[in-house]
Write a protein that binds this ligand. Structure first.
Ligand SMILES: C[S@@+](CC[C@H](N)C(=O)[O-])C[C@H]1O[C@@H](n2cnc3c(N)ncnc32)[C@H](O)[C@@H]1O
Length: 266
C-alpha cells in the first residue's frame, strides 16, 4: 500500500466515478444550486468539475449564459465534454491556480473537491478571485465522519479488518469536512455572509451488487483501496461491508448521504 494516502485519490475513468459518487453528487448539486438562487444568464465556474455533476445542475436550474468546468483530470474533462452540450465549456486546470481573469464569473461553485487539493486555503482564495464583487462562492464536501453512510460503512468495515486502513479513511484524512473549518476557510478568504448547512440526500441501491460494484472501479480513495487488496482480502472486505448494511426484504439498500455546503459572497 502506498505510504502517501493521496496516492489513492484516483480520478480518471468517468463512468466508474459516476457509478460510485457522481450519481450522488448530482442530488446534492441540485440542492446547492437552488440554495444560491442566482439570477439567470450568469457566467458560472465549476472548479474541479469532474464528470460535470454540478455544472449539470447549474444548466438545469439556473439558466446560465455559460458554465465553465475546470478539472485536473484529463479523463474526467474528456468524459464531461463528450456528454454535455451548449453553454458548457471544459478545460484541464488546477483549482489552486485557476487560469481565469479576476472577477470573471457571476457565480463560482465546487463540489467534493476542496478536501482533495494540497492547499485548500489557496483554492478558496482562487475561487474568490474568480468571482466578481457581490457574486456567490459556494462549495460542498461530504460529511465523511458520519453522514455519508455509504463511504462511512466501507471504511468501518475496512478498518475492522486492516488497522492500516485508518490512515486512508477520509474521515481521518479530511477533518476540514465539518462546518467550523469550512466557515473559517471561507471567511479567511475574505468572503462575507458566510453560511454552512447540511444537505442530505437518499442513496438507494437496487441490491448489494449495485452497492459493491462501484468499489471495484478504482475511482476515488475507497475504490482505490479496494483495488489494491489481493482477491482474498477484497472478498473478506466485501462480506464485512455487506454485514454493515440495512438490506430490505426486497433486497434494496437505503442509505443517506450528508454533505456540508458552504457559501459566501465576494
Ligand atoms: C470527488 S470528485 C468531484 C467531481 C465533481 N465536482 C462532482 O461533484 O462529482 C473530485 C474531483 O476533484 C478533482 N481535483 C482534485 N484535485 C484537483 C485540483 N488540484 N485541481 C482541480 N481539480 C482537482 C478530481 O480530478 C476530481 O474530478
Amino acid at each position: 500500500m502506498p505510504a502517501d494516502p493521496a496516492a489513492h485519490d484516483v480520478w480518471d475513468v468517468g463512468a466508474g466515478y459516476d457509478a460510485y459518487i457522481g450519481r450522488w453528487s448530482r442530488l446534492v448539486a441540485r440542492e446547492v444550486v437552488a440554495w444560491l438562487g442566482a439570477a439567470p444568464h450568469g457566467r458560472w465556474l465549476d472548479a474541479g468539475c469532474g464528470t460535470g455533476a454540478l455544472g449539470d445542475a447549474v444548466a438545469a436550474l439556473a439558466a446560465p449564459e455559460v458554465v465553465v468546468g475546470l478539472d485536473r483530470s484529463m479523463g474526467f474533462v474528456a468524459h464531461a465534454r463528450a456528454r454535455t452540450g451548449a453553454r458548457r465549456a471544459f478545460a484541464a486546470a488546477d483549482a489552486q491556480a485557476l487560469p481565469v481573469r479576476d472577477g470573471a464569473f457571476d457565480a463560482v461553485v465546487s463540489g467534493l473537491v476542496l478536501n482533495f487539493v494540497a492547499e485548500p486555503a489557496r483554492m478558496v482564495a482562487e475561487l474568490t478571485r474568480a468571482a466578481r464583487p457581490g457574486a456567490a462562492v459556494a462549495l460542498y464536501v461530504w460529511d465523511y465522519a458520519a453522514g455519508m453512510e455509504y463511504v462511512r460503512r466501507f471504511w468501518d468495515a475496512a478498518r475492522a479488518l486492516d488497522p492500516a486502513a485508518a490512515a486512508l479513511d477520509e474521515a481521518v484524512r479530511f477533518p476540514l469536512c465539518a462546518p467550523g473549518p469550512l466557515a473559517a476557510l471561507l471567511e479567511g478568504a475574505g468572503l462575507g455572509s458566510v453560511e454552512v448547512r447540511a444537505v442530505e440526500v437518499p442513496t438507494v441501491f437496487r441490491d448489494f451488487a449495485e452497492c459493491w460494484a462501484p468499489f471495484l472501479a478504482g475511482q476515488g480513495p475507497a475504490p482505490a483501496y479496494a483495488a489494491s487488496l489481493p482477491e482474498d482480502r477484497r472478498a473478506a472486505l466485501r462480506e464485512a461491508f455487506r454485514a454493515t448494511l440495512p438490506v430490505s426484504a426486497d433486497g434494496t439498500i437505503a442509505l443517506r448521504a450528508r454533505a456540508w455546503a458552504a457559501r459566501g459572497a465576494r
